[in-house]
Design a protein around this ligand. Structure first.
Ligand SMILES: [Zn+2]
Length: 81
């Protein structure tokens, strides 16, 4: 399955309906066509991202090495539980 965020095929299955993108470093799950995207931080906590657009913003800030932006913006990108 290709990555819903960057369309890379550089993905691996990590669990039942769960996949990991080696390019975005994001996990995603697919259930009946519904895709959920997760960011896993350095401590291993996972955050459910709002949508593909939120995921793309997050990936961009990680790629640019902008950890400060990441800390400030992640609250707006995740689904609060
Ligand atoms: Zn990806």
């Amino acid at each position: 399955m290709s990555c819903p965020v960057c369309k890379s095929i550089n993905t691996g299955k990590v669990g039942h309906n769960a996949y990991y993108c080696a390019d975005c470093l994001l996990e995603f799950t697919e259930n009946d066509g519904e895709i959920a995207i997760y960011y896993i931080d350095a401590e291993g906590s996972s955050y459910a991202l709002r949508d593909k657009d939120a995921a793309a913003i997050l990936v961009k800030s990680i790629r640019e090495g902008n950890d400060l932006l990441l800390q400030e913006s992640i609250e707006e990108l995740i689904i609060k539980s």
